[in-house]
Design a protein around this ligand. Structure first.
Ligand SMILES: Nc1ncnc2c1ncn2[C@@H]1O[C@H](COP(=O)(O)OP(=O)(O)OP(=O)(O)O)[C@@H](O)[C@H]1O
Length: 264
């Protein structure tokens, strides 16, 4: 059985028209599917309104207890429930979850080294508890995960959504023909970040090294590709990085986004 695990980036969530178009295409995909989302920008906006300063180091949010309250409200509440309601409106039986629900994703609070990230969770090979997740999929539900996990001792943890998506894909690849898709606002990995016509259709590890060296890819794209190559090495059938707006191409069997391959 095919399983699509799709992560949507913050810029997609921010644009209501794009989000709804994406959700319609997501709902139309055949087979089992899981959606993963973050929502950093909305969290920053709410934090500002509440007079809480947002601190980011290398794109990662420092999550003190007040910030954890904000991301819980925004990720697991506002964004997750709006996505679930929008999916229900297009006949997709979505169920909104954090990693704490059903004990699906256990994480460890990141240890303090040079930086104290606060209530940030790291996931490892044993974090995903796939048993009940399979039951949920078999029962016809479409899980929608926000970027929150728990430590098993009562503590919620803010956890990177890209990493959650790849960990879910790896854990479920043993059971399903799993495709992991990172959807964001661009057509995929671009040779020139300002030119949507410069899409790179396929990247193997050798090309990845070259693109890093030439600084053609940087920022958030680097951990995304690291996660993607890990997923492929661990048995995930395919990883695609593409534009949320174009997800419909996949259903029509058209070429979509950048595909990662292990071919050298
Ligand atoms: N060569 C490249 N092609 C496309 N995007 C690139 C490239 N190099 C760097 N990027 C950056 O990577 C970003 C996408 O990754 P990033 O994780 O930051 O965002 P996201 O997937 O929208 O996730 P989130 O909002 O959850 O953090 C793009 O917005 C773009 O600025």
């Amino acid at each position: 059985m095919n399983l699509h695990i799709i992560k949507i980036g913050g810029n997609v969530i921010d644009n209501s028209e794009n989000l709804h178009r994406f959700l319609k295409d997501f709902a139309a995909l055949d087979g089992y599917k899981i959606l993963v989302h973050g929502g950093g920008k909305v969290a920053t906006q709410l934090a500002t309104t509440l007079g809480i300063e947002s601190k980011l180091v290398d794109g990662r949010r420092i999550t003190d207890i007040e910030t954890l309250r904000v991301v819980t409200m925004v990720y697991a509440g506002l964004i997750n429930k709006n996505i679930v309601a929008a999916l229900q409106a297009v006949n997709c039986n979505a169920i909104g979850l954090t990693g704490a629900d059903g004990n699906f994703i256990l994480a460890k609070k990141r240890p303090v080294k040079t930086i104290d990230y606060g209530f940030v969770g790291d996931i490892d090979d044993n974090s995903i508890n796939p048993g009940n997740l399979k039951n949920l999929l078999d029962a016809g539900f479409v899980p929608v995960f926000s970027a929150l996990t728990h430590d098993g001792a009562g503590q919620l943890l803010n956890t990177n959504a890209d990493t959650i998506a790849s960990a879910l894909a790896v854990a479920l690849a043993k059971t399903y023909q799993t495709t992991l898709i990172y959807c964001f606002e661009k057509k995929g990995v671009l040779q020139d970040i300002d030119d949507e016509d410069s899409l790179i259709r396929e990247i193997d590890p050798e090309r990845y090294e070259e693109l890093k060296e030439k600084q053609i890819i940087n920022g958030g794209m680097l951990p995304k590709l690291d996660n993607a190559f890990t997923a492929i090495a661990c048995g995930v059938k395919a990883v695609i990085i593409g534009k949320a707006d174009e997800l419909g191409l996949l259903k029509q069997n058209h070429s979509f986004g950048t595909r990662l391959s292990t071919r050298i």
